[in-house]
Design a binder for this molecule. Structure first.
Ligand SMILES: Nc1ncnc2[nH]cnc12
Ligand SMILES: [Zn+2]
Length: 355
């Protein structure tokens, strides 16, 4: 629990999470449990893989996005059966609900599994079982976003996009939109123009990681060549005042991940995440956990860290949550429900503060 006098408000706020990779919710303990159950061989030449504790300690010393991704891709090799994907997603949904998340739009990386021989239907059946439980038992709404790995050749991404079972998951509404993730610097957004054009023609929602390690120009590029309506991370936007103005006016939402930015050395501390600049410029953003099992905090810890570093007022928090609801990809009806919960929470908080 953080020391902020408004911690109770931060907990109670109805949060929408828009930037969480389900594979990044794989805790070291679940990783080791599944490795034992599935007979997965973990690297023997890396002492980090000796135990959950040693792995956890290694996660405190990432040197870059690519250093993290090395562990991230090895970690997910323990996911084999639908029940593994279900256990992973269910553990995240429970943690998120305890953090006050009411609506979660979750990323997954199909190519990282299909390349190991795990069928797309295996991934989806596991995730959908967990989503069903989240809806029934936690009253949480969820959407799936299929991410493409930008370190792979664009034709491979297109081939995955065109696979019959992937197309079917778009058509039947199981998957709402697409994203672009993995190593950023050498793989600018425009390489994936054709993929995003096709997704747009099919009416899919579109987002992409940009401006995490890469420059602000990658953000402009993602907007111009991919037609995205959200930018994942986007912290480098603060370095380009003109582009910041353009993003503010267009209503494009950034999905900011403060702990991730610190752990991956994109900034030195949460105080350096340009929260104030974005608020002052009218840039909409939500606050997210990215890969909570790797970066030492779920969404509430990210909210608390932002509060401790930037000392926001309750009205600013209300506006951030409202922008998150409005920028979500759920139905209008669900947005109205979430806005109503937000109004009630704010009302209760203000009445309690008067006592
Ligand atoms: N922070 C991040 N950036 C790019 N790709 C990712 N995949 C999982 N986490 C990521
Ligand atoms: Zn991410």
């Amino acid at each position: 629990m953080c020391k902020s006098p408004i911690h109770a408000l931060l907990l109670a706020l109805p949060k929408c999470e828009h930037h969480i990779h389900l594979e990044g919710a794989l805790t070291p303990s679940l990783l080791f449990e599944l490795a034992a159950r599935n007979n997965t061989t973990l690297p023997v030449d890396d002492l980090a893989f000796t135990s959950p504790e040693s792995l956890r300690s290694r996660y405190e010393h990432f040197t870059s996005l690519d250093d993290f991704l090395h562990y991230y891709y090895i970690g997910m090799s323990v996911l084999i059966l639908p029940s593994d994907f279900e256990a992973l997603a269910w553990s995240y949904f429970q943690r998120a609900a305890a953090n006050g998340v009411h609506h979660a739009e979750v990323f997954f990386d199909p190519q990282a599994h299909t390349s190991r021989g795990v069928a797309y239907s295996t991934i989806l059946s596991g995730f959908n079982a967990a989503r069903h439980r989240a809806h029934e038992e936690l009253r949480m709404s969820t959407e799936l976003i299929c991410c493409f790995l930008r370190h792979l050749p664009p034709p491979d991404c297109l081939a995955t996009f065109n696979q019959a079972e992937v197309q079917q998951s778009f058509e039947n509404g199981a998957v709402t939109g697409i994203g672009l993730d993995s190593s950023e610097l050498d793989f600018p957004p425009q390489l994936f123009g054709e993929l995003y054009r096709k997704a747009g023609e099919q009416g899919l929602r579109r987002t992409a990681h940009a401006g995490e390690e890469g420059p602000a120009a990658y953000i402009a590029n993602a907007i111009d060549t991919l037609g995205v309506e959200r930018i994942d991370h986007g912290i480098k936007l603060a370095e380009d005042a003109e582009l910041m103005q353009r993003v503010a006016e267009s209503g494009i939402m950034l999905t900011i991940c403060p702990f991730s930015n610190v752990l991956l050395r994109c900034v030195k501390s949460v105080a350096e995440v340009p929260i104030r600049k974005f608020l002052n410029a009218g840039v909409r953003f939500s606050i997210n956990s990215d890969d909570p099992a790797y970066f030492g905090g779920y969404v509430l810890e990210n909210y608390c860290a932002v509060q401790e570093a930037h000392n926001l007022g309750e009205e600013e928090w209300e506006n951030i949550c409202q922008a998150g609801i409005e920028g979500s990809w759920c139905t209008q009806e669900r947005k109205e429900e979430l806005l109503q919960i937000l109004r009630r929470v704010i009302h209760d908080w203000k009445s309690r503060s008067l006592i």
